[in-house]
Design a protein around this ligand. Structure first.
Ligand SMILES: NC(=O)c1ccc[n+]([C@@H]2O[C@H](COP(=O)([O-])OP(=O)(O)OC[C@H]3O[C@@H](n4cnc5c(N)ncnc54)[C@H](OP(=O)(O)O)[C@@H]3O)[C@@H](O)[C@H]2O)c1
Length: 328
């Protein structure tokens, strides 16, 4: 049987994703061939599909998966055929049964971690890692500090809640329903706000007794931008790392002065994954917190690869929680 991969011919709705037969060749230098068992679903896949993040067309899609290494190319020494492995990696193309890809961002998956968990944790968990451990305000973050984390019951969100608890941070989580708020609370948020019903910036001021938070981790984008700035303490850090509700419009820099000499960053995981050493160091931390049980990966949605369009509809309808995977 030939291999299958999802391809898009042009940006658009979920119906643009077509599962087609493909020939998967041999890995070249620095590459490997991996056979997937589970593929991670991420909101970035929606941006790739709908053109918010443009891709050269036709394009593959998907950036996270777990499976078995089948073959390695010249110069690849950290993995060998037969190894269990998982990755978050460029270029898009993970929605498939098997692929040839750069080996740099692929790491060994310990036997204790299932393929579903591996596929549900790499992109989202490495993101939570670089946000909470590397995207820090002046002076760093310390136990007891308040941070605000939007979409706290989502894939990145539920991991961040647990990791923040481990670090002793007081994470105020927002989410779009009371049920989602409860999930975030159970995962380690110290406070939750249903931002569909409540003015979250006003609630943050109440919770922090007027002081505001040291960092806002904002992946919602357009809808939360203004309220996020209003939630920050002076010299606070606005980490805008996504745009699920729409892209943030151009910013007048003077706003940052007026709101209290704020810092602003627009980070992406893939800068952090630029080298194998950095990827492995981040993955080691993630694997450790998952193996210890401090962070549990909530794989709350499972779909056959052929039902990828339904998976995207659910993501965009805000009806998912935690991580979702495509089963190959
Ligand atoms: N820059 C980076 O390095 C990086 C890396 C990974 C992920 N991200 C970003 O982080 C975010 C979370 O990623 P994820 O894959 O874990 O997704 P997710 O959080 O599981 O799903 C997105 C969530 O955003 C919330 N949301 C708010 N307004 C929305 C709207 N208008 N439409 C759709 N969703 C809306 C929804 O939660 P509520 O119903 O609770 O509001 C939804 O469940 C995404 O924006 C993603 O692009 C960025």
């Amino acid at each position: 049987m030939s291999d299958l991969a999802v391809r898009i011919q042009q940006p658009g709705g979920p119906e643009q994703m077509q599962l087609v037969p493909v020939e998967v060749g041999e890995p070249g230098p620095g590459e490997l061939r991996i056979r997937h068992v589970a593929v991670g679903l991420n909101y970035i896949d929606v941006y790739h599909r709908n053109g918010v993040y443009p891709l050269p067309m036709p394009a593959g899609i998907g950036m996270e998966a777990a499976g078995f290494v089948e073959a390695v190319g010249e110069g690849v020494t950290h993995l060998k055929p037969g190894d269990r492995a998982a990755y978050a990696s460029q270029p898009p193309g993970a929605y498939c049964t098997a692929r040839v890809m750069p080996a740099r961002c692929v790491v060994r998956l310990p036997d204790e971690i299932s393929f579903e968990t591996g596929a549900g944790m790499m992109l989202k968990g490495l993101t939570a890692q670089y946000l909470l451990r590397r995207t820090l305000p002046q002076g760093g973050l310390h136990a007891g500090d308040f941070v605000l984390f939007h979409a706290a019951a989502g894939g990145v969100g539920l991991i961040a809640c647990q990791w923040a608890r481990l670090l002793g941070l007081r994470l105020i989580g927002t989410a779009g329903s009371d049920e989602k708020c409860q999930l975030a609370l159970d995962a380690g948020a110290t406070h939750v706000i249903n931002y569909r019903r409540e003015d979250f910036a006003a609630r943050v001021r109440e919770i922090t007794e007027g002081r505001g938070v040291k960092v806002v981790y904002d992946s919602v984008g357009a809808d939360t931008w203004a309220g996020s700035l209003d939630s920050l303490a002076p010299f606070g850090l606005m980490a805008s790392f996504g745009n699920a509700s729409g892209v943030v419009p151009p910013v007048a820099l003077g706003t940052l002065a007026a709101k209290g000499s704020l810092y602003l960053t627009r980070p992406t995981l893939f800068t952090h994954l630029a080298t194998r050493e950095s990827t492995q160091a981040m993955a080691d931390e993630l694997i450790e917190v998952v193996k210890s049980g401090a962070v549990r990966i909530h794989v709350d949605q499972r779909y056959p690869l052929a039902e990828v369009a339904r998976a995207h509809r659910d993501l965009e309808a805000r009806s998912t929680t935690g991580s979702g995977v495509l089963l190959v």
